[in-house]
Write a protein of this length. Structure first.
Length: 196
């Protein structure tokens, strides 16, 4: 079983690329999905309220937009949130990897995770794949999804530049062009991972 960390900056196409890997037969673990589940957990909600105050939680439900606004504006708050969530996220990832290993020991497992390099998580994976495109392209795509230019820029600023991530990775996928061009890069990497 090969465990690949799939990363990239906000709006650069991690989820698109993860879906392409899944189509080829890879098992994909999405940490954003795990985070969404955790944000409904009573213990996690309590810790968020203690850390971020009552404006982050209303009627026992996490106010995701208030939380996102705080963490992307103030880096120390982002780290506080990550410190609450990441140990629980990796515990769940480990559970899912174990289940995949038992049923499909030859699988290529893609763990889609945004802050692998920012938090020094590289050693948790056999290989790292970074998806990148220009900041201009990422912002344009995000605006089409209803994200304001300011919010997109703030989020991108809070992460390591995509170019730096690509240089530190085992594989890099340029998602600037058409889906077909991206898919060919994904296929090439997938077959290399199968042969490891």
């Amino acid at each position: 079983m090969v465990i690949a960390g799939l990363t990239g900056s906000f709006g650069m196409g991690k989820s698109t690329v993860a879906a392409m890997f899944a189509e080829l037969g890879a098992k994909v673990i999405n940490t954003d999905t795990i985070v969404k589940e955790l944000l409904t957990d009573a213990e996690v909600i309590k810790k968020i309220e203690e850390t971020f105050g009552e404006e982050a939680v209303s009627d026992g439900i996490v106010n995701k937009s208030a939380l996102a606004d705080a963490v992307f504006r103030f880096p120390h708050l982002r780290i506080s949130l990550e410190n609450i969530l990441h140990p629980l996220v990796f515990a769940k990832v480990d559970q899912e990897k174990k289940a995949i290993g038992e049923s499909s020991p030859e699988a290529v497992v893609i763990v889609e995770a945004p802050v692998i390099f920012e938090r020094g998580y590289q050693n948790r994976f056999d290989v790292i794949i970074t998806v990148f495109c220009s900041e201009y392209t990422a912002i344009s795509r995000l605006q089409q999804k209803g994200v304001s230019e300011d919010e997109a820029r703030n989020r991108l600023k809070s992460q390591m530049p995509a170019k730096d991530k690509a240089e530190k990775s085992d594989f890099a996928i340029d998602n600037s062009s058409s889906p077909e061009v991206t898919k060919r890069q994904v296929q090439d990497i997938y077959y290399k991972l199968l042969s490891l």
